[in-house]
Write a protein that binds this ligand. Structure first.
Ligand SMILES: *Cc1c(COP(=O)(O)O)cnc(C)c1O
Length: 379
């Protein structure tokens, strides 16, 4: 059996070990520390504009802290894009708040402006104005930033920008992660750069960053002894993980090019195959890191094939593909919550597939992938 090709693996720069080694030698083996400060600086410099970055132990923690900093509490309602990973929505439940799911539009697969406005109006009519909107740049593809933020501004609802998959993406020349009132990044092992497990919260003031660190380190009051007036969390990034991150951030440009090349490879491969389409950005306002390349396969075209058939063909060659994120409003845990939309996300889920897109894909891997595609569509 050929070695397994995974959906999305990272690639090391070789510098990770040095930073981790230094942390071990200086005995900085804890949450926070010099690597964490330096990692935050690197990301703040990357944004090159007003961005205050708090490094955390996951992207999920970052979303949770954003909700806490916005004062979301028991009984509040929070709007969330339905087409996403569960990590976008779970923190709403951590706060005892109620998620309200909104459909995607077919151009970016992200939150649909029309459905969003319908949802906001209806929730207000029913007696509760949503306390926040969680919008996601899915698969690295920016959401309709101008349209979505205009609606949020009109109703004065803050946006949490889930850029977990979109570090390196742009909208109208501005970097994703810094459009919202809060932005979040993930450095999980499958993301474009990794700290093994980790994330970051991006805010637009030092004061908010300090509040985020306060909550992330058990809400310690200013006292010599341990004193707490608020609920705290253990969400800070460890100095070891930040060391991996410092090595990894050197790979961002490289990985961006690698992932975008993989996207071009698939685009070329599928362009003449009937009934298939690779997700691309809408127009030149959008620049995607193409974290994952995704494909739609229309059922019953030509040879009566489905996305699942293609996935199984890849699996037979020991190559991992995954269905798209199953929409949140279809998940058993979230079934009872409101949903506004036209089943766009449901249709995408039925027809879609994520193709192997790791930053480490070799030419040999691409050849194996190509062979599966050729055999599958020519049989
Ligand atoms: C990965 C991911 C997250 C969560 O990040 P973790 O670091 O795994 O907690 C949140 N939202 C989306 C869309 C993601 O893909």
């Amino acid at each position: 059996m050929d070695k397994r090709i995974y959906l999305s693996l990272s690639r090391q720069s070789g510098f990770e070990q040095e930073y981790v080694q230094k942390a071990l030698e200086t005995n900085w083996i804890t949450s926070g520390g010099p690597n964490v400060d330096e990692f935050e600086n690197e990301i703040e410099n990357y944004y090159n504009e007003k961005a205050f970055v708090t490094a955390l132990n996951s992207g999920t923690s970052a979303i949770h802290l954003a909700l806490i900093l916005l004062g979301v509490k028991y009984g509040d309602e929070v709007i969330c894009q339905t087409m996403t990973f569960s990590a976008s929505a779970n923190p709403i439940l951590y706060q005892g708040a109620k998620p309200v799911f909104v459909d995607s539009e077919p151009g970016t697969w992200n939150i649909c402006p029309k459905c969003l406005e319908t949802a906001i109006k209806d929730r207000i009519k029913k007696g509760k104005k949503p306390r926040a909107i969680i919008a996601v740049h899915l698969y690295g593809n920016p959401y309709m930033v101008d349209e979505i933020h205009a609606i949020a501004d009109r109703y004065d609802i803050p946006i949490i920008e889930d850029a977990a998959e979109a570090f390196g993406s742009y909208y109208k020349g501005k970097k994703c992660g810094n459009f919202g009132d809060f932005g979040i990044l993930s450095f999980n092992g499958n993301k474009i750069i990794t700290t093994s497990s980790g994330g970051a919260l991006i805010t637009n003031s030092l004061e908010l960053k300090e509040r985020a660190i306060f909550y992330a380190t058990q809400s310690k009051d200013k006292a010599v002894h341990y004193q707490h007036s608020e609920v705290g969390y253990n969400y800070r990034m460890s100095n070891i993980c930040a060391g991996i991150g410092l090595g990894q951030i050197k790979m961002l440009d490289h990985n961006l090019i690698a992932r975008r090349n993989i996207h071009s490879f698939y685009k070329e491969k599928f362009q003449n195959i009937n009934g298939t389409s690779i997700l691309e950005v809408l127009n030149e306002d959008y620049f995607s890191n193409y974290w994952l390349t995704t494909i739609l396969i229309e059922q019953n075209v030509d040879k009566n094939i489905s996305a699942e058939d293609l996935r199984l063909a890849f699996e037979e060659a020991n190559i991992e593909c995954r269905p798209l994120w199953k929409p949140m409003h279809l998940q058993p845990i979230f079934l009872k919550y409101p949903y506004y939309g036209n089943k766009v996300a449901e249709e995408l889920f039925k027809k879609g597939l994520c193709l192997p897109s790791g930053s480490n894909l070799s030419e040999e891997d691409k050849n194996r992938i190509e062979e599966v595609i050729n055999n599958f569509f020519n049989k």
